[in-house]
Design a protein around this ligand. Structure first.
Ligand code: A2P
Length: 317
């Protein structure tokens, strides 16, 4: 069961609409899970240095490429500039580090992971005496984007994009860029549909990828608070029952029908297969409308795991 739907960038690049998310996929689980995901037909793989699994992902991809089970052209690999690299002078270095770990010559899409910056140190991010993360407040998005354009021109990334940027921040880049962002990766699901931001991106020819499409239940420990259970929503469950699909499939299909690409994470064999089995059914207009009406503007991934980050001048939310 391959992903039979593509999202097409303004420059003609095709990205499989359904990708394999690896945030919170621990290194010891990701090897087996990625093998299973590739077997199940996933070709779009989303990672980042802060997920601490790029090396294992690189190892698996190399095995598949060396064995001729997949070609490089069939893969769509996405990684990101980490928060301690969000400055112009760091872009090439961090991208080259990711490429070495991934054992690739280029990535298909390179994102700026977050619009804020923390100091570059070896090891965990620096914390101050109040238990807050140390900030680097000189973040310059225009200079940063120029450095992103350079790595694209050098062939290290085929496309460049943004993640977790707000509309004002994106507009500033659009006003100052030579090459516009191809994609915006943001939290998006039934309870945080962000219609204005999605519409803004569409108007400007920027495609959108949804992270946390299933509500990232597993993040509760990291955030130290409860998060809503999207899979338990009665409307979602009722539509799932009617179409003989799982609640997860309804949440994912809802995003695809909104024209949004998505990257559910699962390291469970059955669930990761379920999550890509989305192409033999559709949600009708009336049920799409009911799902659209579930929006509550509730953000799950508010970066609460970075205490004090809201004090950064470029904190986006
Ligand atoms: P697991 O990896 O054990 O399957 P998100 O992509 O929104 O961050 O959500 C990921 C969370 O949802 C993980 O805890 C993952 O657990 C779980 N999950 C992934 N796919 C499904 C599914 N089809 N049904 C239920 N839970 C799922």
């Amino acid at each position: 069961m391959a992903c039979k739907m593509n999202i097409v960038f303004d420059n003609g690049t095709k990205m499989p609409a359904l990708g394999f998310g690896t945030w919170r996929a621990p290194d010891d689980e990701v090897e087996k899970a990625l093998n299973e995901a590739l077997e199940a037909g996933y070709r779009h793989i989303d990672t980042a240095p802060v997920y601490m699994n790029e090396k294992t992902i690189g190892k698996v991809l190399k095995e598949w490429l060396d064995a001729g089970k997949v070609t490089r052209n069939e893969l769509f690999v996405v990684t990101k500039l980490p928060p301690h690299g969000t400055r112009a002078s760091s872009v090439e270095k961090f991208l080259k580090r990711s490429l070495a770990d991934l054992q690739l010559e280029y990535v298909d899409l390179y994102h700026i992971h977050v619009p804020f910056t923390v100091p570059e140190v070896d090891g965990p991010f620096l914390m101050d005496d109040n238990g807050e993360i140390v900030l680097e407040t000189t973040t310059d998005h225009v200079a940063l984007w120029k450095a992103m354009e350079k790595v694209l021109e050098a062939g290290l990334a085929r496309n460049i994009g943004l993640s977790n940027f707000n509309q004002r921040q994106i507009q500033r880049i659009l006003d100052n860029c030579q090459i516009k962002p191809a994609n915006l990766q943001i939290e998006n699901h039934i309870y945080l549909q962000q219609p204005e931001l999605v519409e803004f991106c569409k108007r400007n020819g920027i495609t959108v990828t949804a992270y946390s499409p299933l509500g990232s239940k597993g993040i509760e420990q990291l955030l130290n608070r409860q998060v809503p259970d999207l899979l338990d929503n009665p409307v979602v469950k009722e539509i799932a029952q009617k179409l003989d699909k799982s609640a997860a499939q309804i949440l994912l299909r809802h995003l695809l029908q909104r024209g949004i690409s998505t990257i559910p994470k699962s390291t469970n064999s059955k669930r990761l297969r379920d999550n890509i089995d989305l192409f033999g059914f559709s949600i009708d207009d009336a049920d799409m409308q009911r799902l659209n009406e579930l929006d509550q503007n509730v953000r799950i991934c508010d970066f609460g795991f970075f205490p004090g980050i809201t004090k950064h001048p470029e904190f986006p939310f």
